[in-house]
Structure formats: structure tokens, C-alpha cells
Design a binder for this molecule. Structure first.
Ligand code: FES
Length: 112
């Protein structure tokens, strides 16, 4: 297992996101890091309705009002802090959360 730094603490402002690649059980995956007001979260970039990326590859994860994460294909809407789908075809499902380590040096994940 190895660690990968995703961002420095001052790298993103509230509401900004950053895509990254990682491995889970040796399988390459794409995730995205989200800077929230008081914390950071990360999720796999995969809708829970159909296994395709949320952002259609353009790096836009937030709804226009900045309140929710959303899937550009069929409009599923997710709570940013929990990843819970609150509207759309996969209502009640959760985005796959990626555990983070947050320290003075930045935001990190463990690679498997
Ligand atoms: S593929 Fe995301 S809502 Fe349908």
C-alpha cells in the first residue's frame, strides 16, 4: 500500500473539485476530490444509476447553484458531504466514498 497526495490544503477553494486517478484492489479508477466549507471529501467518479462518469469528462460536478453534486447524463443529484442521492433514478444510493487523510501537509489517500 502507498500513499498519494491529492492536494495541498490551500490548493482548492470551497466548492472546487479536482479529479485524480487511483487504484482499488489493483483496478485503476477515477475519483474526484471536493473542497467543502469545513472539510474535504472524495468519491469515485461513477454514477450509481449507470456506471458512467458523473461529469462527462468536463470536470463539472456541482449543480449551477453549487448546492449538490450531480450526474450530467440523467440528472441524479447527490449531497456533497454524504454522497447520498436525493433526487433522480438512483435516489437513496450513495456515491462510493474514498477515505482521505487530512493533515498539515495536505490531503492524501492510501493506494491499494
Ligand atoms: S447515469 Fe447518472 S443519473 Fe443516469
Amino acid at each position: 500500500m502507498s500513499r498519494q497526495q491529492l492536494a495541498k490544503l490551500d490548493q482548492l477553494s470551497t466548492g472546487q473539485t479536482l479529479k485524480f486517478n487511483y487504484r482499488q484492489n489493483g483496478v485503476p479508477r477515477e475519483g474526484f476530490l471536493v473542497r467543502l466549507k469545513d472539510t474535504w471529501v472524495a468519491y469515485e467518479n461513477r454514477c450509481r444509476h449507470i456506471a458512467i462518469s458523473l461529469d462527462s469528462d468536463n470536470g463539472e460536478f456541482f449543480t449551477q447553484d453549487g448546492k449538490y453534486l450531480f450526474c450530467q447524463t440523467h440528472g441524479a443529484v447527490y449531497e456533497p458531504d454524504t454522497g447520498l442521492c436525493v433526487h433522480g433514478p438512483c435516489k437513496g444510493a450513495n456515491l462510493f466514498s474514498i477515505p482521505l487523510e487530512i493533515g498539515e501537509s495536505g490531503v492524501w489517500i492510501d493506494m491499494e
